[in-house]
Write a protein of this length. Structure first.
Length: 331
């Protein structure tokens, strides 16, 4: 089975970690493991064209597909399709708290059904040679964060899952919105540390509330890997420091302008395929955060990239509004 160096990854985020964001992320980091948005088994099995849900650019590797579902047979079939499409990992979502996924027995509610997750993991492992991983919470609702989490992890690990990425918060399926579930339940990093200490044979990654590479480095003294979500999206320049700080390798670009220019051929290709400029550039709005002209850059794209026929000239004009400098920012 292939082994991925997953020390740092960008969390799967609905409507954010699209193929266009992931291609942009690759102008900033070669090493980070990237995840798709959650894709449901139904979308893959019955949606058309399949490329709408599974398409990606080769530059995005290493790349994991996150699946939403609970039927072991369907998940196994989708995992097999993911492997055929060239994904490096398939991940089962056991952490999303939205009403829509609860009603379909997808996401965090599955923490109350460890036997279903175990059956799904076993079926997926039997179907593929790529890693099958699970992203979960430390619990849901009134579950005991010690006994119930231990039961869940042990049962799913016995079924063949060796890698768990744990969002260090409970999910409250009753009473909190999905947005509140990302912020209100208190973070309990110590519980994830204990999980790793109790299961040295497992790869335990941590997610939730991590915003700086200094925090990442501190977390890696307790767990095997770190997953960063919103900060990696809203402040993407963070990713430009990942390769050097966590892997000891130089990153692909020296400054933010170079990252933007590196994406230009990709934008041209996507526009030729019929994509709209704003669907791509919306992922770049945070690139010049804190820079002279950064606000003008965001405003120009926000006001013009959605227009019919908007092309590379709009992007180039926006880039010209930001003062270019060598990045003392990397320090």
């Amino acid at each position: 089975m292939p082994v991925l160096d997953r020390a740092f990854s960008v969390a799967p985020m609905m409507d954010w970690t699209t193929r266009d964001y992931r291609a942009f992320a690759r102008t900033l980091t070669r090493r980070a493991l990237l995840y798709t948005e959650m894709v449901t088994t139904g979308a893959i099995l019955y949606g058309s064209p399949r490329a709408r849900f599974l398409g990606y650019d080769e530059v995005e590797h290493p790349l994991a597909l996150q699946l939403g579902g609970s039927d072991a047979g369907e998940l196994a079939e989708c995992a097999s399709i993911a492997e055929e499409w060239g994904y490096d990992e398939v991940n089962l979502n056991v952490g999303c708290p939205s009403d829509r996924v609860q009603n379909n027995l997808i996401g965090a509610c599955l923490m109350g059904h460890p036997e279903k997750v175990a059956a799904a993991v076993q079926a997926m492992n039997d179907a593929v040679s790529i890693p099958v991983t699970v992203k979960c919470r430390i619990g849901i609702d009134d579950q005991d964060e010690d006994a119930d989490l231990e039961r869940f992890i042990s049962m799913v690990a016995d079924a063949g899952c060796k890698t768990f990425i744990v969002h260090a918060r409970k999910a409250w399926l009753q009473g909190l919105s999905p947005k509140e579930n990302r912020e209100v339940p208190p973070l309990n990093y110590a519980r994830v540390y204990r999980l790793k200490a109790n299961h040295p044979e497992l790869h335990i990654g941590i997610n939730g509330g991590i915003k700086t590479l200094e925090e990442c480095q501190a977390q890696l003294t307790h767990v095997d890997s770190v997953m960063v979500g919103r900060e990696a999206y809203q402040n993407p320049w963070l990713l430009a420091q990942v390769d050097e700080a966590l892997y000891g390798e130089p990153g692909p670009v020296e400054n933010r302008h170079a990252a933007a220019r590196a994406l230009r051929p990709y934008i041209a290709e996507r526009l030729a395929e019929g994509a709209r400029l704003n669907h791509i550039t919306r992922h770049l709005l945070g690139l010049f955060q804190g820079c002279s002209g950064g606000r003008r850059f965001r405003r120009h794209l926000s006001e013009n990239a959605h227009r019919d026929g908007a092309g590379l000239a709009v992007f180039d004009d926006a880039l010209g509004l930001v003062v270019e400098q060598r990045e003392a920012e990397l320090a």
